[in-house]
Design a protein around this ligand. Structure first.
Ligand code: SF4
Ligand code: SF4
Ligand code: SF4
Length: 292
């Protein structure tokens, strides 16, 4: 099946019938190779839409800016989990969103003017091929076993084997490079606060100075806010202009949450997030918690 053509045909139908005001999909970017988000309002424009392995952006995030309109959005499996996340957290109304789900071939690394050859590490490890929620499916569904978290990335395992001080040095070096542009936050479907803690002055959680301690604080708090909510779409890592390995941090947290709570966010809209709930007499069975 030609995925691009199938998306165009469905987009044309939705716009011609007035079912939606806009279709958010992908089009070829200005380098002529890598995809970028496209906002299609007219049926005559649907031929701009494409789908290929450069379609990395998580378009579900844009739904946060179109809450009042009926919108169609193209999603890969990880992005479809973001739809459930947003729906479950009451950020979108499900009946205003028409989901065009795509069976995912994985996405490649991004470089201006160059077609990536290798799937991103997280896509290589990803066990999801079919969107978990959709109104229309593009592509042939792939037979999958029971949904399972992706196994730990080899690079995360390498980090785990390091002595704590060495691991700390690794993250210090990563965080020192951060220029605090917040592109990672803007690209993330889980970062929905109207006022981010990092911009608050009362109380001031993080100073405005861009230095190692403040950067460390920014990344630590953001990681905690995303623990148990990150759907591992990699949008933050792709958005980062200095290529900080946010994917390793997010993957580690997602893996820990999956092991401790048998939970993967976004698989349904109804599931309660383990770190936002309290179960009396809960025992995690690890470390000091097990002996308490
Ligand atoms: S993480 Fe999985 S679902 Fe998401 S783009 Fe990669 S292969 Fe597709
Ligand atoms: S933290 Fe990164 S990988 Fe996780 S949901 Fe947000 S953008 Fe996606
Ligand atoms: S996108 Fe990269 S440089 Fe910008 S705030 Fe996030 S981690 Fe820092």
């Amino acid at each position: 099946m030609d995925l691009s053509q199938a998306i165009r045909d469905k987009a044309r139908e939705l716009l011609e019938t007035g079912a939606v005001k806009c279709v958010i999909g992908y089009e070829t970017g200005t380098d002529g190779i890598n995809a970028r988000p496209a906002f299609i309002y007219e049926a005559a424009e649907v031929d701009r839409l494409i789908f290929d392995e450069t379609c990395g952006h998580n378009l579900a995030t844009y739904l946060l800016h179109h809450r009042a309109e009926n919108i169609a959005v193209v999603v890969k499996p990880c992005d479809s989990r973001a739809i459930n996340l947003l729906h479950g957290e009451h950020q979108i109304e499900r009946d205003k969103v028409y989901i065009i789900g795509v069976v995912c071939p994985g996405v490649v690394g991004r470089q201006w003017g160059v077609k990536g050859r290798q799937l991103l590490p997280a896509c290589q490890a990803c066990t999801d091929r079919n969107p978990v929620v959709y109104d229309y499916l593009v592509g042939e569904p792939v037979a999958e076993g029971a949904p399972a978290p992706a196994p730990p990335l080899p690079e995360v395992e390498d980090l785990e084997r390091m002595p704590p001080e060495e691991r700390c040095q690794f993250w210090r070096r990563e965080f020192e490079r951060c220029i605090r542009c917040y592109a990672c936050r803007q690209a993330c479907p889980g970062c929905q606060c109207t006022e981010c803690f990092v911009e608050r002055l009362e109380p001031e959680w993080v100073g405005i100075r861009i230095d190692a301690p403040q950067n460390w604080m920014w990344h630590t708090i953001r990681a905690f806010h995303l623990a148990g909510r990150c759907i591992e779409c990699q949008a933050c890592r792709r958005a980062c202009p200095v290529d900080i390995r946010l994917d390793l941090l997010n993957h580690k947290l997602a893996w820990e949450v999956a092991q401790l709570f048998n939970f993967r966010p976004g698989m349904t809209a109804e599931a309660l997030f383990p770190l936002a709930t309290f179960v009396r007499d809960e025992k995690l069975g690890v470390g000091e918690w097990a002996s308490s």
